[in-house]
Ligand binder design. Sequence first.
Ligand code: HEC
Ligand code: HEC
Length: 143
Amino acid sequence: MKKLLSVAAILLSLSAYSGQQAVADNTPVKVESRVGNVAITDNSPADAIATYPTRGKAIARSFAEQPPLIPHKNSYSISTDKNGCLTCHSWDKAKRMKATPVAKSHVVDDKGTVNGMNYFCVQCHVAQADNKQELVKNTFTTK
Ligand code: HEC
Ligand code: HEC
């Protein structure tokens, strides 16, 4: 009996699905704004597109243990096979690229193999644009 009931239930639910697909309701959907029919009069200008210094020069740190800010663009891709940041900042390439090698705290051996926890650089380091716009008002001071 139980089995029969569950088979009936499955059949019922199946027919319910097919029924739903078959119904073609052409009545237009009435979408209405909650504020009523108000014309848009205020167009805010688009935010300025960030421009980054082409030649990065280290930015002074504001507090101890701060992840230094990135003084250049940060659109280098980071994937499991390739880390765009390490093409300049890895221990073996940094000198040639005139970039600071990743911190000692980021590596697991004396060859400069980056620790997994430090692999996704932009999780901690943020780029600073020249035309910086405040997204959120900030009153932070170091004093
Ligand atoms: C084309 C080479 C190149 C690439 C790629 C690159 N950087 Fe840089 N980076 C530099 C140079 C050059 C500087 C300026 C010298 C310095 O301070 O290291 C710099 C500076 C920095 C600094 C400041 C270091 C300090 O001591 O203040 C950070 C942080 C940094 N980069 C992070 C990154 C991250 C994160 C990425 C990937 C999104 C990245 N960089 C990709 C060349 C590069
Ligand atoms: C978990 C947060 C975190 C991640 C992820 C991270 N860093 Fe850092 N980084 C820091 C902090 C904090 C410092 C400063 C303290 C220190 O030197 O350990 C720093 C310092 C640095 C410095 C300056 C080193 C020096 O000698 O002055 C460079 C360059 C740097 N990081 C690059 C990178 C790159 C490239 C990556 C990605 C491969 C990366 N970091 C990932 C937090 C992080």
